[in-house]
Design a binder for this molecule. Structure first.
Ligand code: HAM
Length: 434
């Protein structure tokens, strides 16, 4: 048979182990690091995980995100499955609402807090930070209309940036879109304004003027900046309740010490939003600087024939956060904890059993047993090269006395011989466990 070489599909990436050479996105240890931090965060705020399919009925996304949005009109991977049109999910909010309605989880105004993590698919023009298969962590809360949950979600993210060490590079911009009536009035005036200046619009904005005029405000074209700055502002059209909701949100953020900028031009690219919308951006990733975005979507459940349910959520672009970590020289801790050194006939003969004993008494510790033998010096060299933080030395003396000698490979600290039964406690106190 003729040989054939296969290349990865455009806009997709392999996530390789750390030791592999070619990386388009950060290697697997970065993913594990971020995913672990996210799971911890979700637990701390009492969110439960939900998993839903990658494939959904196309009309779910059309109805939820809006037919005229870029995502639905240009970017979805859609195909016929028998006689049904199905789509690879471009985002998770629509599926999450669909799944909750299906399961009766939104009945009787139940409150739900959920998160999901996984691949999303959009057929965009690939570039640094923009992929056709990308990963999101999404979080959605149902049943709470007040702005305090909006503020809590924003604070959650602020905490994450802090923990990852990237807080100094991200900024929060937010806006209120108000309700349906306010937006309709605003849209009318906006169309009138841009129609009067149609000669100044670029071709993309001319198209948007017909299909989705609010998105003109999102334009990145510097030549349109002045025209946009003179356009009507949505903030001037908000109802009194919408205004109060937004002001209360800002007050909560002040109380929590979260810095933000109100940006009246944030409209978001999906149609389901109302009231709160926001974006976390960085200037360290070039054009694809939005690393997290979200907002309120109080009408979506009803729009999908579910119960009337206030809702708010956000999604983090995992790929972009990882690129930012890399750009800021933040590295996951990939070194192993301990390297087992067995010297002497009796200890070497029992090396397997001794390693198991250590693993059992110190759960969570990563221990490397190389089985390569050799003298103490040779083994010690190997331990150092492995990157391990500690060498655990077992010689015949230690064996007889049921002890182990702990050598600190990355500090000047003096070695210490510890009883095997106290090893876990000793390592925990020394800051190597838990
Ligand atoms: P979104 O703004 O479309 O919102 O996407 C959220 C984040 O996903 C973006 O800020 C970005 O970091 C990342 N992202 C989007 N497209 C790509 C891409 N092609 N390549 C890499 N990263 C990308 C949503 O998806 C909403 N479902 C968020 C939400 C949840 N709103 C309420 N609940």
């Amino acid at each position: 048979m003729e040989k054939q070489k296969f290349k990865i599909i455009k806009g997709m990436a392999d996530i390789l182990p750390d030791h592999a050479e070619k990386h388009k996105l950060p290697p697997i240890s970065y993913w594990h690091w971020l995913e672990a931090a996210l799971r911890k965060l979700m637990r701390a705020y009492s969110y439960d995980e939900i998993r839903f399919p990658i494939l959904e009925s196309t009309s779910l996304f059309k109805r939820s995100l809006g037919e005229e949005t870029d995502v639905v009109s240009k970017e979805m991977y859609t195909f016929l499955d028998g006689d049904e049109l199905v789509t690879l999910r471009p985002e998770g909010t629509a599926s999450c609402v669909r799944a909750c309605i299906d399961a009766g989880m939104l009945r009787n105004q139940q409150m739900q807090r959920m998160w999901y993590l996984g691949p999303m698919f959009r057929r965009e023009q690939p570039q640094y930070g923009r992929y056709r298969q990308f990963y999101q962590l999404g979080a959605e809360v149902f049943g709470l209309p007040g702005p305090n949950i909006d503020a809590e979600q924003i604070k959650m993210m602020a905490n994450l940036w802090q923990e990852l060490g990237i807080a100094s590079a991200v900024t929060l911009e937010l806006n209120s879109l108000g309700g349906v009536a306010a937006r309709a009035r605003f849209k009318q005036d906006l169309v009138a304004y841009f129609s009067n200046h149609e000669d100044k619009l670029d071709s993309d904005s001319k198209r948007r003027l017909i299909v989705n005029p609010l998105r003109i405000l999102d334009s990145k074209n510097p030549e349109l900046r002045e025209l946009i700055s003179m356009a009507p502002k949505l903030t001037d059209y908000l109802d009194i309740d919408d205004k109060q909701h937004f002001e209360q949100l800002l007050a909560e953020l002040d109380l929590l010490g979260v810095a933000y900028k109100v940006n009246p031009y944030i409209v978001r690219g999906l149609d389901y939003y109302n009231r709160t919308v926001y974006e976390w951006t960085t200037d360290k990733l070039g054009a694809q600087g939005t690393i997290c975005a979200g907002g309120r979507y109080d009408n979506l459940s009803e729009h999908l024939d579910g119960p009337i349910t206030p809702a708010v959520g956000f999604a983090i672009g995992i790929d972009r956060v990882l690129l930012l970590l890399q750009a800021m020289d933040k590295h996951p801790n990939t070194s192993i904890d301990g390297y087992l050194i067995c010297v002497g006939q009796a200890a070497e003969a029992q090396t397997l059993k001794l390693a198991e004993m250590i693993r059992q008494s110190c759960p969570g510790m990563s221990l490397l047993n190389n089985y390569t033998g050799g003298g103490f010096k040779q083994q010690f060299k190997r331990a150092d090269k492995s990157g391990a933080k500690l060498a655990l030395v077992l010689g015949d003396d230690e064996l007889q006395q049921n002890t182990v000698t702990v050598k600190f490979l990355r500090s000047e600290r003096e070695q210490q011989t510890v009883s095997m039964t106290n090893l876990a406690e000793f390592l925990a106190v020394a800051g190597f466990l838990g």
